[in-house]
Design a protein around this ligand. Structure first.
Ligand SMILES: *Cc1c(COP(=O)(O)O)cnc(C)c1O
Length: 222
């Protein structure tokens, strides 16, 4: 069920009105059409997220630098080259191998890629992201790479009917963020905490999120 452009603009306006200064609204655009993506940009959204490289290519080719493009899905190393060419931020670094691959492709084209490390805050077996106790080692490794700059953390967290149940996972991720912020690694500037989706973003913001990733609440149910 696609919403009319006016309904999409209206939902964006309502969300933006409630956001504290400094919180970035990212539109999670999986399965949405080029027209829907253009509508959100016209309504003032400047950050768009994609889960799949294949799906993002035709959209980014048309829309280009009118938006900042975030990779928010799991990235396979064999897609890293294309991701490096297309995206402004990769939010889903979860292994040393992936980080090295991205770094190498960035070096080839003279780019420094801002990235977030994805935390599997719910320690869920079927989810991507690094486990909370693995973050420090990964960050220390990635800090040695010249063409990647870690700018923060991202988490999904387990999905609940009652978003209040997400709070402990957001809180735990923020604590990791603060702990890492207090260190001084080279090439690392902890400034973004990407967490919260349609049902949970108000709670994520209370727990310190400054990038929220919203799909359904902008575009309508998929
Ligand atoms: C789809 C998606 C979102 C947005 O989810 P909604 O419930 O539609 O707001 C956020 N983050 C990621 C990684 C997603 O895949």
């Amino acid at each position: 069920m696609n919403l009319q452009p006016s309904a999409i603009s209206e939902s964006i306006k309502r969300i933006l009105e409630t956001l504290p200064a400094g919180v970035i609204l990212l539109a999670a655009a999986k399965t949405r059409s080029l027209e829907e993506v253009q509508t959100v940009i016209q309504a003032g959204v400047t950050h768009i997220g994609y889960n799949y490289i294949q799906e993002s290519i035709p959209i980014i080719q048309v829309v280009g630098s009118q938006a900042n493009w975030h990779m928010i899905g799991h990235l396979q190393t064999n897609k890293a080259k294309t991701a490096v060419e297309l995206f402004n931020m990769i939010e889903t670094i979860d292994s040393w191998r992936l980080a090295q691959t991205i770094d190498r492709h960035c070096a080839d084209i003279g780019k420094v890629m801002p990235v977030l490390v994805e935390i599997n805050s719910g320690r869920e077996a079927n989810k991507t992201g690094v486990l909370p106790h693995e973050v420090d080692d990964l960050i220390a490794q990635v800090s040695t790479l010249k063409n990647i700059r870690v700018e923060g953390l991202m988490t999904m967290g387990p999905r609940f009917g009652d978003p209040e149940e997400s709070r402990p996972y957001f809180k735990a991720t923020r604590e990791i963020f603060e702990r890492l912020s207090a260190r001084s690694y080279p090439n690392i500037k902890m400034q973004y905490l990407s967490m919260g989706m349609s049902n949970s973003y108000p709670i994520a913001i209370q727990e310190g999120a400054n990038i929220i990733r919203i799909g359904n609440k902008i575009f309508g149910e998929r």
